[in-house]
Write a protein that binds this ligand. Sequence first.
Ligand code: HEM
Length: 144
Amino acid sequence: MSLYDDLTDKGIILKVADLFYDKVYEDPWLSLYFKEIDQEFITAQQVDFIVGAMGGPQKYSGRLPSNAHPHMFITEELFELRTKLLEDALKELSAPESLVEFWLKLDGSFKNSIVKKSPSELTPRYATDEFLNFDNPNPRKKAC
Ligand code: HEM
């Protein structure tokens, strides 16, 4: 029995992914990275990826997350913002604890391969690839 088999309500994965990407596309900073990306497509990719990783049907045919973001300048702050939106989506939908734990751990395991310290680390995925590098439009004011 896989973690996926154990999940009573398999539909919860799509519900979480839907709500999560609603939040991502509404966020003033994260949304900048998704301007050219169809929301329904990325949601479906994410569902296939997580379902496969949980031991369910292997439908995912995209890149591994560690190879999907070499052209995006993703800071630790941005990564943590994304994690917070995922946590919020899981919580708001009262997802089972086993799913919450697995999903957050899996995403967190890609942190080191996705987060970059400097834009000089960016590399294109293919010849005409454009880099994505956006400042936080609402940075928290530093205490003086
Ligand atoms: C702040 C952090 C992140 C940002 C801004 C981000 C952004 C993006 C964007 C814009 C795409 C679409 C790329 C394209 O098709 O051109 C993408 C794809 C993807 N991301 Fe992320 N991502 C982040 C973190 C993660 C994490 C932690 C995971 C872990 C599961 C992940 C999994 C994926 C997957 C599976 C794809 C699909 C790749 C493909 O279709 O080949 N991402 N991401």
